[in-house]
Design a protein around this ligand. Structure first.
Ligand SMILES: C[S@@+](CC[C@H](N)C(=O)[O-])C[C@H]1O[C@@H](n2cnc3c(N)ncnc32)[C@H](O)[C@@H]1O
Length: 203
């Protein structure tokens, strides 16, 4: 891992993702999580204050650097948190073992989101919910074309972030059923089209 990715990027991710406007979105996504929860792309633990009714949180992320930053937030939590230093493409948990999965702005960065979502479906209990807020491809062709142009340019500085993934298609193609979803184009960041919703693993 190069110097930028090890020492600078984690601090930038924590700073950027701490945006107050993101906080409101986070609470709406994770406050309904319940039971044993797997958070994919746990990052610096910014969702911790917004969980309301959970018995345990697995924070899965390959980045030890971000997990170190998460430590202060972990100490404040009133539920147990276990760090899983692993990639979502290979989740070290048994089949049908978690009640809820959450992911906030992580599907853009995971190198193989198709494989990651298959793994997430495997570990989620039948009837369990996957709650997400992600950014991805815009339905406006002109914006999507710009997203395709800018993704390879910005990826090396953003930890591998893709702006042009069709998040709903990825989730559905993995075998989840999306039961609610809201989309919004971001006013100030037009290349960051949002997908916020809940998907279920059918019984
Ligand atoms: C933009 S950050 C979002 C962090 C956090 N979810 C949040 O909302 O603040 C993307 C996260 O995806 C994580 N990530 C990258 N590759 C991953 C993988 N293969 N599996 C799981 N997480 C991954 C990164 O380490 C980082 O924490």
């Amino acid at each position: 891992m190069n110097f930028y990715n090890k020492y600078i990027l984690p601090k930038l991710v924590n700073y950027d993702m701490s945006d107050k406007n993101f906080g409101k979105e986070r609470s709406a996504v994770v406050e309904n999580a319940s039971g044993v929860v797997l958070e994919v792309g746990f990052g610096s633990g910014l969702n911790i204050p917004f969980y309301k009714n959970i018995s345990k949180l697995y924070g899965l992320d390959p980045s030890s650097e971000l997990y170190k930053i998460a430590n202060e937030r972990i100490k404040e939590a009133n539920f147990p948190i276990e760090h899983i230093k692993a990639s979502a493409e290979n989740i070290p948990l048994p089949n049908d073992s978690v009640d809820t999965i959450t992911s906030t702005w992580s599907m853009c960065t995971i190198p193989d989101p198709k494989l990651a979502l298959k793994e997430m479906l495997r570990v989620l209990k039948p009837g369990g919910k996957f709650m997400f807020i992600e950014h991805g491809a815009s339905p406006k062709k002109a914006i999507e074309n710009l997203q395709k142009i800018f993704t390879p340019i910005t990826k090396p500085f953003t930890g591998g972030c893709h702006m042009d993934r069709k998040i709903d298609e990825l989730i559905t193609n993995a075998g989840f059923e999306i039961i609610s979803m809201k989309n919004s184009g971001e006013k100030y960041k037009p290349l960051y089209y949002l997908y916020k919703g809940v998907a279920v693993k059918n019984i």
